[in-house]
Design a protein around this ligand. Sequence first.
Ligand SMILES: C[S@@+](CC[C@H](N)C(=O)[O-])C[C@H]1O[C@@H](n2cnc3c(N)ncnc32)[C@H](O)[C@@H]1O
Length: 246
Amino acid sequence: MLQPEYSDDYTEPRLAVFYDRLNPWGPERDFYLDLVMSAGSVLDVGCGTGIVLRRARAAGHIGRLVGLDPAAAMLNQATTRTDVDWILGDLGTVSFEPEFDLVIMTGHVFQVFLTDEQIAAALTAVRTALADGGRFVFETLNPRLRPWERWTNSAEIVADDGTAVTAANTDPRLVDHGIVEVVGMFSSPSWQRAVLCPSRLRFVEVAELDAMLSAAGFAVFERYGRWDRRPFTDQEPEIITIATGV
Ligand SMILES: C[S@@+](CC[C@H](N)C(=O)[O-])C[C@H]1O[C@@H](n2cnc3c(N)ncnc32)[C@H](O)[C@@H]1O
């Protein structure tokens, strides 16, 4: 086997084609789908392959659905459905009016914002996009449980074109205050080289998160610790937040 090659991003074309196979539908997506189905207009920030909005439209959502993501290869998976608005970009690319009843960030997208400045800019842009009475719903992993210490899992999937792929997380570690780096390793008997793909995620404590939300003009309306809506405590894995504008 040749030396592995590095890729900047797990959202690149070779890897994006099997993202949905690696991240199949689960309770977190049911949680978001329920919210989307009861909202008139929805913006999904970092929508990736658009799985939630595609499912919402298929389930009969008749309002405006907009998916925003900076990774073209991920959006290419989404655009199989043409009755959703897909926008290539991030919250800095597009200026929204206060036009959405619901803004969601699923799949821990919130954690891609690594600096205080990036978080503040994202929250401000989401606040601007929310219509009166609108809700912003997202989750971030609870740092108290140090979940990255257990990120050594691997999965085998068969992509749509029949390629067998093994995906594994390797070497997860805290590289800076609240910043975790993990290297995804993707390999297949059909490929000459494995692909190594480092990514970084920021972890914030609840108190820090709430201060950032408040500074951006949000109040926490509800908070859960799991997808069955049990209340958040320090021992729960997720910090799931439903915020409203103040
Ligand atoms: C883990 S995936 C989650 C995708 C999707 N929300 C889901 O639940 O399957 C993270 C996504 O965030 C996107 N992303 C990365 N940086 C972003 C940014 N600055 N703004 C919005 N999305 C971003 C990536 O392109 C990727 O599609």
